[in-house]
Design a protein around this ligand. Structure first.
Ligand SMILES: NC(=O)c1ccc[n+]([C@@H]2O[C@H](COP(=O)([O-])OP(=O)(O)OC[C@H]3O[C@@H](n4cnc5c(N)ncnc54)[C@H](O)[C@@H]3O)[C@@H](O)[C@H]2O)c1
Length: 312
């Protein structure tokens, strides 16, 4: 019998995790505190899985994947017999503390409990729990069935065995786990995304370029490479002798530039100016349509990467 995963919270990310695990052959029980959310998720799951099939990203039928996802009647039913519980509820410390207290009480001792939280370190919601050694953050990127990265961010008291079991489960689910060796707010991805946003905001605020041109720097420049290699591999290949050669040629310039890269206050006047420029190119009523366009582009890219490497 296939292993069971419990998905807690049937919103955007919970539904996406259900697809990840079901697509990989796990049995999924999904539960939400709001019955309407659980009810609505069936059709939303069908639409998303059908999109994957349309892009050649499923190796079986839509119905075969959906048949592995079952709504649970209660939190207790959802977590019963699960190898791993993936929590995806509201992003506040209080709500995370409460749901983890309940999950720790209800789940068998060897069940791994993970949170999709984008910002909250594991230690802030697991410290006083009896089973705190089996709890960790597993932060996805939206939507995880297209973007495989998952950040494993354990607390100091999370056991090594838990982290290794979680890593194995996410890998078998088709994801690409990375490990945060010690806790920091925002983990890795949002800190790096924050650094890029911060600098783009500064360049815009100080009049160096329009928001459209700053977006082009990524989509027509850095982003093309970054979809298949990171900044360290990039510099290793951008000088004939590799990283140290690159650093000896350009390191001093980056060091000088770094001294001028200041924090940005995210002030409302700057953000309003960016919003005006964005609304000139995209009407607010078309944001949803454009988000679907983005997901389709992403599916096309994932399909391309799969064809090139045999994996996404
Ligand atoms: N949206 C993103 O891009 C993104 C990316 C990575 C991680 N995350 C994280 O995933 C988590 C969920 O975010 P989302 O975007 O799916 O939110 P969402 O609002 O779409 O869904 C949250 C769901 O949780 C349910 N819920 C709320 N409190 C609950 C409780 N106590 N018990 C059970 N269900 C409860 C709600 O009914 C809702 O269906 C958050 O921690 C968020 O930080 C979000």
């Amino acid at each position: 019998m296939s292993e069971k995963i419990a998905v807690i919270g049937a919103g955007l990310i919970g539904r996406a995790w259900a697809i990840v695990f079901a697509r990989a052959g796990f049995t999924v029980a999904i539960w939400d505190a709001v019955p309407q959310a659980l009810h609505a998720c069936r059709q939303q799951l069908r639409d998303n899985v059908a999109d994957l099939a349309d892009h050649g990203l499923l190796s079986e039928t839509v119905d075969a994947v959906l048949a592995r996802i079952t709504p649970a009647a209660s939190l207790a039913d959802a977590v019963a017999g699960a190898v791993l519980v993936q929590e995806n509820v509201k992003e506040t410390v209080e709500v995370k503390r409460e749901i983890f207290r309940e999950m720790d009480r209800l789940a068998a001792p060897d069940t791994i409990l993970t949170s999709s939280t984008s910002w909250i370190p594991t230690s802030e919601f697991s410290q006083h729990l009896a089973g705190r050694d089996r709890i960790l953050v597993a932060h996805p990127v939206n939507p995880p069935y297209l973007v495989p990265l998952v950040e494993l961010a354990p607390a100091p008291w999370t056991s090594t065995a838990t982290v290794e079991r979680a890593r194995d489960i996410y890998t078998r689910a088709g994801q690409s786990p990375v490990l945060l060796k010690k806790e920091i707010t925002g983990f890795l991805l949002n800190r790096i995304q924050g650094a890029v946003l911060n600098e783009a905001l500064n360049l815009f605020e100080n009049g160096y370029a329009s928001s459209e041109d700053l977006d082009k720097v990524l989509k027509d420049g850095l982003g093309l490479r970054w979809s298949f290699m990171g900044p360290f591999e990039t510099i290793d290949l951008n000088a004939p002798e590799g990283v140290l050669d690159y650093a000896s040629r350009y390191g001093h310039t980056y060091r000088d530039v770094a001294t001028t890269q200041l924090p940005n206050a995210w002030n409302s006047a700057t953000l309003a100016a960016i919003a005006r420029e964005r609304r000139d190119v995209l009407d607010a009523g078309k944001l949803g349509e454009r988000a679907r366009w983005r997901d389709n582009r992403l599916m096309g890219l994932v399909a391309h990467k799969k064809k090139q490497t045999g994996q996404a």
